[in-house]
Write a protein that binds this ligand. Structure first.
Ligand code: AMP
Length: 404
């Protein structure tokens, strides 16, 4: 079955068509500037060239129409007609406490996702627009919602509650939810598979280090803690996000700079992290490494502060699980940044971790970077959220077919 995976943002839509049998990507692409002047679709069939077409996309329905057009196009298409798309898997950012697993999308599910909108006001409404656009154009194709938060729903209360008045949890569901769940699930499962072990017998720390970054503790196959919170702002220092800060800083800076709390939070989301720390050099780790090599002290401090915080989380989650068997690095920085991995692991010598420098010299590959006598296995495992969404979509569609 061919599965269309959709990741819809407020003005963008990423897609992949995946053959669920071979798990090959048949085509992928991106619609940009939806609802804004200058919208365009970039489409790439497997093994073919990328083609960008400037087309008018006033809304997401128009974008999905172009996606279908490209997928079925005579020249750059990969299927003959819509009939060859068996199901659609949608990435949904926030499932609140309602969704601990992926679900087949029904009207009831859509309503329940909508009820989570105030927990992710920037993401969930956009995700839902994508679902509705697909529903309009492919009414008979089954759709599945895969949530970024679902994998973390196994966290115990002691991990997800904040030290705030309990009534805020009861009234507003203020708690830690965690994000990147699809990636943490995929990478921890793959780590166990590569080691030929059952995930249920392992204590795994997944470091998803991209522009957005989070760490999770996966014990006996279940997430027991993760660094992102009510929103993706908490936890590690990221590309542009501050991660953990003293909450009193918000009103302090608001007062000093004549800003509202929302404006300060916006700075914390968009102008902080390694971008802010480096004095505006870049949020991209490649630029920062170059600037640091050229003697830019702030860039060097930004990188040093970033890896120190990752190492601290690994230490915390080792304590949370009373040990760790595997540490897995993933996402853009985790998969590719050799120096960052080495620096983080240097802090972890007390765990008996030893890194094989030669193995660690590789980028973007599934590889064990610890030495054979290292007390903890350290791995690099490229994440594949789209494939994970396609697998979930297939699994749920097969369940529905079985029941019928
Ligand atoms: P992501 O959000 O997962 O796409 O990750 C983006 C981050 O990955 C950026 O900060 C990039 O600098 C980093 N990255 C991607 N490729 C490389 C590479 N080859 N070497 C170092 N960092 C990389």
């Amino acid at each position: 079955m061919n599965i269309l995976v959709i990741n819809c943002g407020s003005s963008s839509l990423k897609y992949q068509l995946i053959d669920s049998e071979s798990e090959n990507v048949l085509a992928k692409g991106l619609c940009e500037r939806i609802g804004i002047d200058g919208s365009a679709i970039t489409h790439q069939p497997a093994g073919g060239e990328k083609v960008t077409s400037k087309v008018d996309m006033p809304n997401h329905t128009a974008a999905v129409k172009y996606v279908i057009e490209k997928l079925t196009d005579e020249k750059v298409g990969v299927v003959k007609s819509l009939d060859e798309i068996g199901a659609v898997g949608h990435r949904i950012v926030h499932g609140g406490e309602k969704f601990a697993k992926s679900v087949v999308i029904t009207d009831e599910v859509l309503k329940a996702i909508e009820e989570c909108n105030d927990l992710a006001p920037l993401h969930n409404p956009a995700n839902l627009i994508g679902v509705n656009a697909c529903k309009e154009l492919m009414p008979s194709v089954p759709m599945v919602a895969v949530f970024d938060t679902a994998f973390h729903q196994t966290m115990p209360k002691k991990a997800y509650l904040y030290g705030l008045p309990y009534e805020y949890y009861e009234k507003y569901k203020v708690r830690r939810y965690g994000f990147h769940g699809t990636s943490h699930d995929f990478v921890s499962a793959r780590a166990a598979e590569l080691l030929g072990k059952d995930r249920k017998d392992l204590k795994i720390i997944v470091c998803h280090l991209g522009n957005g970054a989070s760490v999770s503790a996966v014990k006996n196959g279940e997430c027991v803690d993760t660094s992102m919170g009510l929103t993706p702002l908490e936890g590690l220092i990221m590309g542009t996000r501050s991660g953990d800060i003293d909450p009193a800083i918000v009103s302090f800076i608001a007062d000093k700079e004549g800003m509202s709390a929302d404006e300060v939070i916006n700075v914390c989301n968009k102008k902080s992290g390694v971008l802010g720390l480096s004095g505006g050099v870049s949020s991209d780790f490649r630029d920062l490494a170059k600037a640091s090599e050229e003697g830019n002290e702030k860039a060097a401090v930004a990188l040093e502060t970033w890896s120190y915080h990752v190492a601290k989380y690994v230490g915390a989650y080792t304590a949370a699980m009373n040990g760790v068997d595997v540490i897995a690095f993933t996402a853009g920085v985790g998969e590719n940044n050799i120096d960052a991995r080495e620096e983080i692991c240097e802090y972890l010598g007390y765990l008996g971790i030893a890194i094989d420098k030669e193995a660690n010299a590789k980028r973007g590959e599934e590889i064990t970077i610890s030495t054979p006598d290292s007390k903890v296995t350290v791995m690099v495992i490229p994440t594949n959220e789209e494939l994970a969404i396609a697998r979930e979509t297939l699994r749920l569609c097969l369940c529905v077919i079985k029941k019928q």
